[in-house]
Design a protein around this ligand. Structure first.
Ligand SMILES: NC(=O)c1ccc[n+]([C@@H]2O[C@H](COP(=O)([O-])OP(=O)(O)OC[C@H]3O[C@@H](n4cnc5c(N)ncnc54)[C@H](OP(=O)(O)O)[C@@H]3O)[C@@H](O)[C@H]2O)c1
Length: 278
């Protein structure tokens, strides 16, 4: 599995697993944990979760998935902006650790920008890092201007990643944020990389590329996101066939013709666009 290097030198896999909508009772908790464990076995060893998902339910599923094999997983979780004060972030982290029954969150993100000053949240993250409760910290749903602002606050340059919406149908970040991250040597995490399993996977350009490669449209979407060396994609899957599909996408390389056909169907941005988020 291809890896991506975080600014602190840690290598993580470029293809991980999401957990939004897990821990909400849609499927038995064991089935969701089994899907994540299958993904771990297939090499998708980065798991993305958040205190928001299922109001802690997804973190409990992650805890089940990594029980007895904590060292095989790189866990990413996120704090609600409303909990991102200096004291709040410590309390939220403690709750997340306890739900997942782990000693450390490997990468802890501010879920989106709220009203707490960035410097205060960063100070809270840095204290957690010094205490060994988290390995690294980052943000989510920050646009290029917000990233530039973040790296100017004290210790702000310690940010490890920005996690944002990215798939062929939502590619506005290619205009400014993706180049900004590349210049800063900061990996970008692509969320909803298979377009939440919706119309993207039925688009003629995706179906045609899938036919050419003997692949599925979801695999094409993942290979498309992973064509950038600094991008980490985190598809969420509960169905085992989806987990298997996603794991093998890392070996797929799109041709210039595939990329041109996808560009024709989903044109790259020509000007700065407002950051899209879900
Ligand atoms: N930071 C943020 O604000 C933010 C926002 C959104 C998401 N995220 C993170 O990013 C992760 C991924 O995003 P997402 O869950 O929104 O969307 P996604 O990963 O693009 O899509 C998930 C949906 O697609 C289906 N799917 C997965 N693999 C498939 C395949 N190979 N073929 C067909 N369908 C497939 C899944 O079905 P089954 O589950 O039925 O298998 C599920 O319904 C989230 O789970 C979360 O961890 C972060």
């Amino acid at each position: 599995m291809r890896t991506v290097r975080l600014p602190d030198g840690t290598e993580v896999v470029a293809l991980g697993q999401g957990t939004w909508r897990m821990g909400e009772g849609r499927h038995p908790r064991k089935a969701e944990a089994d899907a994540l464990r299958m993904g771990l076995d297939l090499g998708m060893t980065l798991i993305d979760t958040a205190e928001m998902y299922g109001e802690g339910g997804a973190e409990e599923v992650v805890g089940d998935a990594v029980a007895g094999r904590r060292d095989t997983a790189f866990i990413v979780s996120k704090v609600y902006p409303r909990n991102a004060s200096h004291k709040g972030v410590a309390a939220a982290c403690a709750r997340s650790l306890s739900r997942m029954r782990v000693e450390r969150i490997d990468l802890y993100l501010l879920h989106w920008r709220g009203s707490v000053p960035l410097a205060e949240t960063v100070a809270g993250f840095e204290d957690l890092r010094a205490a060994g409760k988290i390995g690294a910290w980052g943000v989510s749903n920050f646009d290029a201007a917000e990233m530039a602002e973040l790296v100017r606050v004290p210790d702000g340059s310690g940010c490890a990643t920005d996690q944002v919406l990215y798939n062929p149908d939502a590619r506005g970040i290619e205009f400014d944020l993706l180049p900004w991250c590349a210049r800063a040597k900061m990996p970008l995490m692509a969320y909803s990389p298979v377009g939440q399993g919706g119309s993207l996977l039925r688009a003629p350009a995706m179906l045609a590329a899938a036919r050419r490669h003997g692949a599925t449209p979801a695999q094409i979407a993942l290979a498309w996101a992973l064509r950038h060396p600094g991008v980490i994609a985190i598809p969420k899957a509960t169905i085992h066939a989806h987990v298997r599909d996603n794991a093998t996408a890392a070996t797929l390389t799109l041709t210039p013709d595939d990329l041109a056909a996808i560009d024709a169907a989903f044109p790259p941005p020509k000007r700065r666009q407002r950051l899209e988020m879900l």
